[in-house]
Design a protein around this ligand. Sequence first.
Ligand code: NAI
Ligand code: MG
Length: 355
Amino acid sequence: MNGYRIALIPGDGIGVEVMQSAREVLGAVARTFDLRFDFTEFPWSCQHYVDTGRMMPEDGIGQLRSFDAILLGAVGYPTVPDHVSLWGLLIPIRREFQQYACVRPVKLLPGVQSPLALPKGTDIDYLVVRENNEGEYSTVGGRSYAGTPHEVVTQVSLFTRRGTERIIRYAFELARARGKQRVTSATKSNGIIHSMPFWDEVFADVAAGYPDIESEQMHVDALAAKFVLTPQCFGVVVGSNLFGDILTDLSAATVGSIGIGASANLNPEREFPSCFEPVHGSAPDIVGQGIANPLGQVWSAALMLEHLGEPEAARAVEDAMQRTLEAGIKTGDLGGSANTAEVTAALVRELSSVA
Ligand code: NAI
Ligand code: MG
């Protein structure tokens, strides 16, 4: 029996609600596939920050290091500034564990209505690879003469050759592994004249090593429009930290709801645990109502199973999601009337009936 030690960080708001679903789904997976999951739950969150002054303890990263994977819900609390929750928990996990590849699948599942007016039968199925360790999300810069007419603010983006090359290479490798024909690079080298021409150069260099895969680059603004107009044309899309962040909220919306988007923060070399989390946040507007869509969290758990080397179990979870949606059992954000618990129960039923 394969066993895995999983760190669970439910976080805040609906993070706690959808994590409960993921636990139940993983319980069903364990029974069906004869696996063992040892869960250790960590209360790190904005609530924890309010109680202790820190999002996680000083040795938090050390506490997570020995786990096989981390499954995270969402963090965010109306009274705690968002940069505190991001820089106090999510970014340290991504950076300390060198989770430089953030992979977000964009797939229109059967039974889900895209808000786009696409020809019937249009297939949306691509992957966005977001650089997760550097780029625009940097601490370099500063603010002087605050509050005066002379106020000056700088925010410096950091693009290293190593970081740029490895994320672009990862995108091409992923395209190969998934049978995707094309890698599209998100750029903005017309307006951002140092980092983006550099990004383009590295992209061209890496692409030359993959003659079997088509490569193209597109300015991120035009790319955003294409995500809406011709989403069926993409295979793998690679972008910087900021571009990838913005593009994936858009792409999640095009396949039904942000409540369904999943993401894997991967350390491809497996020196450290990788972290799996839904794209959505803590949704304070619907917390406590029991109506949150658990599919983004459950899909993230499926990505975790794949990374752990349990592809059959991962596929079974995705199949269970599809069958549940096809049966019309879906939450309000997808136009259904089921609540979180009903969707979860349907997923567990589907998984229990896998031979
Ligand atoms: P959000 O994703 O929490 O919510 C945006 C909208 O989508 C809301 O109307 C919400 O009700 C809806 N929604 C989100 N997830 C849903 C689900 N599973 N089922 C049904 N509806 C869902 O983003 P927002 O409002 O910008 O941020 C709220 C808090 O979450 C903030 O504190 C923010 O910093 C934090 N946040 C945390 C993230 C993380 O932990 N990785 C990511 C994004 C935001
Ligand atoms: Mg985002």
